[in-house]
Design a protein around this ligand. Structure first.
Ligand code: AMP
Ligand code: TRP
Length: 323
């Protein structure tokens, strides 16, 4: 398949964590050399949960800095704020009119909300349609995401196909790109790492905080001498993401043989994480010291994004009989 456009987004609802990094940011950044990559800060999506304007602005800038610190190169990839191209909300409406309710009733974020007895907003219900608009507006072929977003990309494909059947060939039908080994990064409690579960390790966490969080990883109560199960350990799963293969093999052996306690393994995990992200921390500090440079990158990104979005939008308006 010829790759022309890669696109993904991240919600500015807090600081990115290791799940975001390994599941989406790093694979996304690897794509920037293989095609035209578009990455955006999904601030419209964040509005389903963040209702503090100063905080939303701060998170949006901060996530952009994080992305750049992780290696996004603005001379290759386009980095922009979703709300700088407000046409995406118009496309979301046009797509909404093609979206069967049951398709959205089946989507996991909405179902989880209902299961928890909470009342979902209409924004949360319609969230996958806005995400489809993000993807389709920019004619994206490849969408690098973690496994939790697969369903949303399926919804996007269905809507693109339906629009193309009904109104002619307007949209590229995209595919999710999910890296199997990091499709779901595990959190401190053994569940999926997620901002909403409060079980995350932040990418740019302060040393003390990171150490404390790593030491709080939930384990069973096996004593030091006992052999331990390597397959069910969050410590080992996280260690695999950031340590050298030889160090991982040693830890696996020591799990099996017993004689080393979880506290020791956690210290090793902390050291590996801390040194793995040291160069990124340094780069982030440098980037953060020049806010005007960040503004310029985001403005340039918005211009480049708009240049792709406006023609798609006008094709869709025409096709649907507007104007
Ligand atoms: P979000 O913070 O929900 O905007 O997520 C941004 C990206 O990170 C999406 O592509 C998610 O699929 C990915 N992601 C979030 N949590 C994890 C996780 N625990 N493991 C792998 N990918 C994740
Ligand atoms: N829904 C995604 C998440 O929660 C963020 C997102 C919004 C996105 N629009 C997108 C991801 C378009 C990929 C493509 O992680």
């Amino acid at each position: 398949m010829v790759v022309s456009r890669i696109l993904s987004g991240i919600k500015p609802t807090g600081r990115p964590h290791l799940g975001n990094y390994f599941g989406m940011m790093r694979p996304g950044i690897e794509w920037q050399d293989k095609g035209e990559a578009f990455y955006f800060i999904a601030d419209y999506h964040a509005l389903t949960t963040v209702h503090d304007p100063a905080l939303l602005r701060e998170y949006s800038r901060s996530v952009a800095l994080d992305f750049l610190a992780c290696g996004l190169d603005p001379s290759k990839a386009v980095l922009f704020r979703q709300s700088d191209v407000p046409e995406v909300t118009e496309l979301a409406w046009l797509l909404t009119c093609l979206t069967p309710m049951p398709m959205l009733e089946n989507c996991h974020a909405y179902k989880d909300h209902l299961n928890k007895g909470k009342v979902p907003s209409h924004g949360l219900f319609a969230y996958p349609v806005l995400m489809a608009a993000d993807i389709l507006l920019y004619n994206s072929n490849i969408v690098p995401v973690g496994r939790d977003q697969k369903q949303h990309v399926e919804v996007t494909r269905d809507l693109a196909e339906k629009a193309n059947r009904t109104f002619g060939p307007i949209f590229t039908v995209p595919e999710a790109s999910i890296v199997a080994e990091v499709a779901t990064v595990i959190g401190l409690d053994g569940q999926k790492m997620s901002k909403s579960y409060n079980n995350t390790l932040g990418l740019f966490e302060e040393e003390k905080v990171l150490r404390k969080k790593v030491m709080s990883i939930v384990t069973d109560s096996s004593p030091v001498e006992a052999p331990k199960d390597p397959s069910s350990s969050s410590i080992l799963a996280l260690y695999k993401l950031c340590a050298e293969p030889a160090a991982v093999a040693l830890m696996e052996d020591q799990f099996r043989s017993g004689g080393v306690g979880y506290g020791d393994f956690k210290k090793r995990l902390f050291d590996a994480l801390w040194s793995r992200f040291a160069p990124l921390r340094a780069r982030r500090a440098e980037l953060a010291s020049d806010p005007a440079a960040l503004d310029a990158i985001l403005e340039n990104g918005a211009d480049r994004a708009r240049a792709v979005a406006l023609p798609t939008m006008s094709r869709m308006r025409q096709a649907m009989g507007l104007r």
